[in-house]
Design a protein around this ligand. Structure first.
Ligand SMILES: Cc1cc2nc3c(=O)[nH]c(=O)nc-3n(C[C@H](O)[C@H](O)[C@H](O)COP(=O)(O)OP(=O)(O)OC[C@H]3O[C@@H](n4cnc5c(N)ncnc54)[C@H](O)[C@@H]3O)c2cc1C
Ligand code: SF4
Ligand code: SF4
Ligand code: SF4
Length: 399
């Protein structure tokens, strides 16, 4: 057996981007879930030929050097002109406008993004789309780490066939893909027709807890789940209202069970360890265009705030400028500056909560329902319900 490479020493040093597994010439690396459900690379020493490619491609060890970076990023507030698109997008519909521009361009093109796999318990995974109908599956934020599988190899194949590829994902996914393509090309520039969009990123939660949550709500509503959205806007953009629709016509919005996973996400207790030391929580983005929510719009441009969602768009490269220009007919936009949009995750990573270890110990011992119950937010309705039950118990005993 040879001296096997060590990819990382601490879990904080692996974001799970899959670049190493995709580049390994001997197929020695597989991504396997740990006890929290996050995928990490495992090396089969018998297949490793000590080439070092996996270390060379890792975006946490080799920061991305994008070409044609603008000296200063351009910042915009953006609203899609279609209210329907805005209402069905997490923010202002920037993703649909940008991906439409790619798909409308009369060139062979593919869009990559994160979708629910409805046949696999709503697991979140990256997929490829070549039509707008397929692309629509990527709309909406899924606050779970998406499984990239062998997507990097599919992107490489599209680019090798001279197609335009529009890849969207978290910054660490975009960075891993870029490093993979620059190393695998061996002299051929595979990134010429690649356009990268990354998200402003608060962190990703555990796919294992997500699967538990989906099983729990299917049992509760005794029906097949048809649709799920983390950011239902019927009650406004800011509320993080969660909605699930079932085959038996049940439709649940913000019930205790439906909100269970969102509560865990917001508590930050179940994020991937790398998210607490994120290398991408700044303005040095590994992408052509960064998109997010324009939090703070009510202060910088109050006239734009209709509580239906405004996108933040940060154009980082010349390629990004060109795509932004192409989508201008479908959007309303206003120039801003980096001070207006400097939300926490553009300045620092999400902090690791003190109770994280205890949370996972409890989960391993008592399961999902137990930890979700303990975290579920205290609402006025919930408090009134508890008070009513206590009064009923009290007066019941007196009779
Ligand atoms: C895990 C996560 C954390 C985020 N944190 C912040 C934040 O702190 N601040 C902020 O301003 N914005 C954050 N966002 C981005 C924001 O929620 C919107 O996704 C973004 O503004 C795009 O909205 P849209 O209206 O343009 O389009 P939408 O149609 O809502 O766009 C969806 C886009 O998000 C991608 N996507 C969805 N889920 C995932 C996933 N799990 N992994 C990778 N890509 C995914 C899709 O591929 C698609 O490109 C986060 C998004 C995610 C998924
Ligand atoms: S050193 Fe080369 S062969 Fe070994 S695991 Fe890394 S990429 Fe694969
Ligand atoms: S390349 Fe990606 S998956 Fe592999 S060790 Fe680095 S961060 Fe982890
Ligand atoms: S917070 Fe950082 S490490 Fe975590 S998913 Fe987002 S970009 Fe990747």
């Amino acid at each position: 057996m040879n001296n096997m490479v060590t990819l990382y020493h601490r879990k904080e040093d692996c974001c799970g981007c899959t670049a190493c597994a995709n580049i390994c010439p001997g197929g020695a690396i597989v991504m396997q879930p740990d006890e929290e459900g996050f995928l990490y690379p495992r090396i089969n020493a018998d297949l490793c030929v000590d080439c070092g490619a996996c270390l060379a491609v890792c975006p946490l060890q080799n920061p991305v050097q994008l070409r044609d970076r603008l000296a200063e990023p351009e910042v915009y507030a953006l609203k899609h002109k279609s209210d329907n698109i805005r209402m069905t997008s997490a923010s202002g519909g920037a993703f649909t406008a940008l991906s439409d521009a790619v798909l409308n361009d009369n060139q062979p093109a593919a869009v990559y993004g994160a979708a629910f796999d409805k046949d696999n318990n709503f697991a979140v995974a990256h997929q490829r789309a070549s039509t707008k109908e397929e692309r629509d599956g990527f709309k909406g934020s899924k606050y779970v780490q998406s499984d990239l599988g062998r997507i990097f190899q599919a992107v490489r194949q599209d680019l090798s066939q001279d197609m335009t590829v529009y890849f969207t994902g978290t910054p660490c996914q975009a960075a891993g893909l870029y490093n993979y393509l620059t190393k695998i090309g061996r002299g051929r520039d595979l990134t010429e027709k690649l356009i990268l969009t990354d998200l402003v990123c608060h962190g990703v939660a555990s796919p294992r807890l997500w699967q538990d949550h989906i099983r729990q709500i299917r049992e509760k509503y005794q029906s097949q789940l048809l649709d799920y959205t983390f950011r239902n806007k019927e009650q406004g953009w800011r509320g993080y209202n969660v909605r699930a629709t079932f085959a038996n016509k049940a439709c649940a919005v913000n019930t205790k069970e439906i909100k269970g996973f969102a509560g865990i996400y917001r508590s930050c207790l179940a994020m991937r360890p790398a998210c607490y030391e994120c290398r991408f929580a700044n303005l040095n983005r590994p992408s052509d265009i960064t998109i997010g929510d324009f939090w703070g719009i009510e202060k910088s441009h109050p006239e734009l705030d209709d509580n239906k969602g405004v996108s933040l768009v940060i154009v980082n490269t010349a390629k990004g400028q060109s795509l932004f220009t192409q989508c201008k007919d479908s959007i309303d936009y206003w120039p801003g500056n980096t001070q207006d949009c400097l939300q926490p995750n553009l300045q620092r990573s999400t902090a690791r909560p003190a109770g994280r270890q205890l949370f996972w110990t409890r989960y391993q011992a008592k399961g999902f329902a137990h930890v979700a119950r303990r975290i579920s937010p205290v609402t006025i309705k919930g408090l009134m319900g508890r008070a009513r039950r206590a009064l009923r118990r009290f007066f019941g005993k007196k009779q």
